[in-house]
Design a protein around this ligand. Structure first.
Ligand code: SER
Length: 319
C-alpha cells in the first residue's frame, strides 16, 4: 500500500493536513510523526512515530523503512519564537529539511512537500501583489531559513532529481488546530476571544495588512500541488500562494457584523516590526497557471465559519 508520512503532525498545519489526507486515502495509509504526541484524537487514528526531525539517523531510518510515496515535512519554528531562539530555529528548520532531502536522494521517498512562507520577503520586496520572482529579503531567522530552504529544495531537484514541491504560505487561519509562535497568530486568537465573549488585545497595529488564508484553502492547495503532474511544476524553489489580505481592524469589523459587542484594542509588540517587513498581498498567477491554484474563501465567509465552528466546540463537553 502506498503510504504517506507527515512530519510535524502535532502542529497547526500538521493536524489539518493529516485529517485531510486521512479523509482522502484512509487512516491506514498515513503515518504521523512529531517530537510530541498530537493532541488531536483524529490524527492519532493513524500510526504515530515518535521522531526528532533534526536527528539524521532517526529520519533516515524511518524513511528507509517506510518507503513513502509522499512525505510532508512541516516541522519548524515560526517567526516570533525564532527571533527569541535564533540558533535553535535555524538548526531545527534547516537540519530537518536536509535530513529529509538526503533520504529522498537515496530514493526512499517519491515526493516531498515542504512549506515556505511570506517571511522570505522583506523591506526591499514590493508591498502589494509581490511577483513570484521578487527579491527575497528576509529579516527574521525563520525567513532566512525558509529562503535558504527554498534554494536547497531547488538544488536537490536539479542535482539529484528529487521531486520536492513547496508553497509560500501566508498566515493560516483554521479552527481545528491552533498556531504557536507566529506573527500572524492574532488572526486565529481573535476568533477564540470573540466566541468566549472576551475583548481582544491585538499585538499588531490596527491597519497592518498581511496576506492570509483560510486553512481549508491552504490544505486543498497543498494536496493539489502534490497531485499535479511533475512536468507542470515549473517552480522548484517555492510557489507564491495568495488567499486574502486584511488588517486586524478589518477582521474585527467582520466579527462585529455577527457579534456587535466584540471589542478590540491594540498593543503592538515586537511582532509588529516583523509584520511591517512582510508584504500585504501576493501575486500567485504562476501557481494558477502551472497547476490551477484558486483560493475560494474570503474574509466574511471565513469569519462565519470560524465563529460557528469555535462556538460549537465551546459547547461540546470535554471528556
Ligand atoms: N505564519 C507564519 C508566522 O507568522 C508566517 O509563515 O511566522
Amino acid at each position: 500500500m502506498a503510504k504517506t508520512l507527515v512530519i510535524g503532525a502535532a502542529g497547526q498545519l500538521g493536524i489539518e493536513l493529516v485529517l485531510a489526507l486521512q479523509a482522502q486515502y484512509g487512516v491506514d495509509s498515513i503515518d504521523v510523526s512529531d517530537i510530541r504526541v498530537p493532541e488531536d484524537e483524529g490524527v492519532m487514528r493513524s500510526r504515530f512515530l515518535h521522531l526528532d526531525a533534526t536527528d539524521e539517523g532517526a529520519v533516515s531510518k524511518v524513511l528507509e523503512e517506510g518507503r513513502y510515496e509522499a512525505v510532508y515535512h512541516l516541522a519548524a519554528m515560526l517567526s516570533a519564537t525564532g527571533e527569541k531562539k535564533p540558533i535553535a530555529a535555524w538548526d531545527l528548520n534547516m537540519q530537518s529539511l536536509l535530513n529529509v532531502l538526503e533520504a529522498a536522494k537515496e530514493g526512499w521517498v517519491k515526493r516531498i512537500f515542504w512549506p515556505s512562507s511570506i517571511a522570505v520577503f522583506g523591506p526591499q520586496t514590493p508591498k502589494k501583489l509581490v511577483p513570484q520572482d521578487a527579491l527575497l529579503d528576509p529579516t527574521t531567522v525563520y525567513g532566512i531559513s525558509k529562503q535558504a530552504g527554498e534554494f536547497w529544495c531547488r538544488y536537490y531537484h536539479e542535482k539529484y532529481g528529487v521531486d520536492v514541491r513547496s508553497l509560500r504560505y501566508p498566515g493560516l487561519i483554521g479552527h481545528r488546530s491552533v498556531p504557536g509562535g507566529g506573527t500572524t497568530d492574532y488572526a486565529v486568537d481573535i476568533y477564540y476571544k470573540a466566541v468566549g465573549g472576551e475583548d481582544y488585545t491585538c499585538f499588531l497595529k490596527a491597519d497592518q495588512a498581511l496576506p492570509m488564508m483560510y486553512m481549508d484553502d491552504a490544505v486543498r492547495g497543498t494536496l493539489e500541488l502534490m497531485a499535479a503532474p511533475e512536468e507542470r511544476i515549473q517552480v522548484r524553489t517555492s510557489y507564491n500562494l495568495g488567499g486574502m489580505s486584511f488588517t486586524p481592524s478589518e477582521v474585527a469589523n467582520s466579527i462585529q457584523q455577527i457579534l456587535p459587542n466584540f471589542q478590540v484594542d491594540y498593543a503592538p509588540d515586537e511582532r509588529q516590526a516583523i509584520a511591517e517587513s512582510w508584504p500585504e498581498s501576493i501575486d500567485d498567477s504562476q501557481a494558477a497557471e502551472d497547476w490551477g491554484w484558486k483560493p475560494q474563501v474570503d474574509l466574511s465567509e471565513m469569519t462565519s465559519i470560524m465563529l460557528d465552528a469555535i462556538g460549537k466546540k465551546a459547547q461540546t463537553p470535554v471528556h
